[in-house]
Design a protein around this ligand. Structure first.
Ligand SMILES: Cc1cc2nc3c(=O)[nH]c(=O)nc-3n(C[C@H](O)[C@H](O)[C@H](O)COP(=O)(O)O)c2cc1C
Length: 179
């Protein structure tokens, strides 16, 4: 079989083709002590031992202000039954709405950091920022993972195709829904 030749394409189409991306919710605390949630596609594990991960947050986001104020966050992976609220967290700013109120998500206390966890997520990590790097139009926050939690029985989390479409996939690799 003759393979088609590779061709160059624009950045936007390449982002679509590299999909899907695991969609996570970053919970921070604002200077007045209010928890806020941001939808994040740009996160990555970056160290096995010690456990560390990174998130990339754009300076205009309310979450950026929160992280500059308190370098702690939780990274929570929404389960498929949390899809609607999770999507809202990627569309609205904590400057305008209280996203816990708006989504009905329940905040539960973390063990090691001040920002809470979101109840019912498949898995969640408690993180403390140890460094940050300016990278183009985002700031990369590099963090130690201090604890991790899961909701037994919940395995299907949410993935996005570019930043337009959502689907849920389990660790078994099967998709459950597409929005
Ligand atoms: C699928 C998806 C992925 C996103 N990924 C990121 C990301 O990795 N970094 C970022 O700064 N914003 C990302 N956003 C945009 C923010 O979630 C959005 O601007 C949000 O309203 C910011 O909330 P805040 O102002 O309360 O921090 C994403 C949005 C969506 C829908």
């Amino acid at each position: 079989m003759v393979e088609a030749q590779m061709k160059e394409l624009d950045w936007n189409d390449a982002i679509t083709l590299a999909s899907p991306y695991a969609y996570a919710l970053g919970v921070t605390l604002s200077p007045d002590g209010k928890p806020n949630i941001i939808g994040l596609g740009w996160w990555s594990f970056c160290s096995w031992d010690p456990p560390m991960l990174t998130i990339a947050v754009a300076p205009p986001r309310h979450s950026h202000d929160c992280l500059e104020h308190l370098g702690e966050f939780t990274l929570c992976f929404p389960a498929e039954d949390q899809a609607e609220g999770a999507w809202l967290c990627g569309k609205m700013s904590g400057r305008d709405v209280d996203k816990f109120e708006e989504t009905g998500f329940e905040a539960v206390p973390s063990k090691e950091v001040k920002p809470p966890l979101i109840s019912g997520c498949t898995v969640a990590f408690e993180c403390r920022v140890v460094n940050s790097v300016e990278a183009g139009d985002h700031t990369i926050y590099i963090a130690d993972v201090l604890a991790q939690h899961a909701t037994p029985g919940k395995e299907h989390h949410i993935y996005t195709v570019h930043y337009r479409k959502m689907l849920s996939l389990g660790s078994d690799g099967y998709a459950n829904f597409e929005l």
